[in-house]
Design a protein around this ligand. Sequence first.
Ligand code: AMP
Ligand code: GLY
Length: 425
Amino acid sequence: MNILLLGSGGREHALAWKLAQSPQCDKLWASPGNPGMEECATCVALDSSDHAAVVKFCEENSIGLVVIGPEGPLVEGLADALAEAGVLSFGPSRAAAQLEGSKGFTKDLCERAKIPTARFERCTSLEAAWGALKKFDAPFVLKADGLAAGKGVVIAETREEAQHALSEMFDGRFGSAGSEVVIEEFLTGEEASFFALTDGETIVPLASAQDHKRVGDGDEGPNTGGMGAYSPAPVLTDTLRKQAMREIIEPTVRTMREEGMPYSGVLYAGLMLTKHGPQLIEYNVRFGDPECQVLMMRLESDLVELMLACAERRLSEIEAPRMSEDFALTVVMAAEGYPGTPKKGGAIDLGSAEDNGAKIFHAGTKHEDGRLVANGGRVLNVTAKGATATQAQTAAYEAVDAVEFPDGFCRRDIGQREVRRERHG
Ligand code: AMP
Ligand code: GLY
C-alpha cells in the first residue's frame, strides 16, 4: 500500500520510521517531510490546507492511507475531505477534532458526560471574564479557547495578573483563538499523558508518557512545545490507568459517538493525577511531540495495521498494540534562542550518535550546501531505550554528547523525576 504522511516535525519522523517498517507499506510519501525522513520516505511539497490538492495527489499516486500528523489540518477538516473522496485517513473528522480545537467544547462535553475535570466558566467577553474571575481563587488558570500552538494557557498568581492577562487575550494576543476564554480551577498533582487508539467504538490503550514543557533544567523558564519525554510513566499505575479509561476516555468516545461525532484516531489525554483520582486537563487529537518519538521507539506492533484498523472501524478484530517493556526517553536539542527567536543555520554533525542503538529523529533541520543545518526551534530528538528510566537516560545523553551542534542546547535532566524514584524507591 502507498501511504502519505503529513507533517514535518520529530513526531512525523518517528511515525515515518515506524510506518516504513511495516510489511504493508510499499511506498511512503511525506509532505512536507524533513531531511531525517528522507531515509524512509519520499518528501513532496503539498499544501495541506488545499484539500483538493491533497485529494488529487492521493488519486494520482494510489494512496491507500493518509496519516495526518499535526492538529491544524484535522481541525480544518482534511479527514472529512479525504473521506468524501473515498480516501482512508488516520485522524478524526473536523467535528471530532473540536476536542482539541475548542477548550470550551471539551469542557461542556465533560459536563454532559460527567467526566472529572477542573471546575470552569466559558467567557466570550472581557466583562464576563472579569466577573467570572470572582468565582475562583488564585492561582488562576486562563485558557484561550482555540488552537494556540500550546501557548494559549496562562497561570496567573494574582487577581491583578489574571485581569491583565484576560485583557490581553481579548485584545487578540492569541489571534482568534482568544475570542473566547475558559477560566478554570487550579488542579494540584502530578501530570501524565495517556494515549489510546480508537475507531469510534473500540478503544485500546497504547501507553503513558511524561513530557518536560519548560525550557530549562529543574522546570525553570518559559513553556515550550516540549523539551523531552519518556514512556512509560509509572506514576500512572494500572489502577489509575483503568480509572482514567473508565471515567474519562470511555465516556468521551461514547458521548462523541452518541452525539453524531464519532472520534477515530489517537486520543491523547493530558491528565492531572490529583488526590481524588485522574482529572482531564486537556485533549489532543494527534500524537504528542516529542511523546510520539518515545511511543514509536517502544511500539512492537505493525503501525500501519493499527492505523488502518482505526480508519476502517475494525479495531476489535485485531491484536491489541504490543509495547516493549523497556523505557524510552527522548532529549530535544533546540537551537539557541528557543523558545524565543531560534538561531537558524547552525551546523550539525550527527557523527556516531546512533551507533549504540539510539535513534535521532529530525524536527527542524535542512540541507544547505551539502551540510545538515538547524532550521527551527526544536531541531533534533535524541531517543534511546533501556530496561530502566535510568538506563534509557544514560543512553540518550551518551548519544546527545556524540552530536556536534555548537549552536544548540538541551536540558540535562530529562526523565529525572523517574530516575530519582528508581534511585530512592
Ligand atoms: P493545556 O494546554 O491545557 O495542557 O495546559 C498547559 C499546561 O498548563 C498543562 O500541561 C498544565 O501544566 C497547566 N494546566 C492547565 N490546566 C491546569 C489546571 N486546571 N490546573 C493546573 N495546571 C493546569
Ligand atoms: N508535547 C506536548 C504536545 O504535543 O502537545
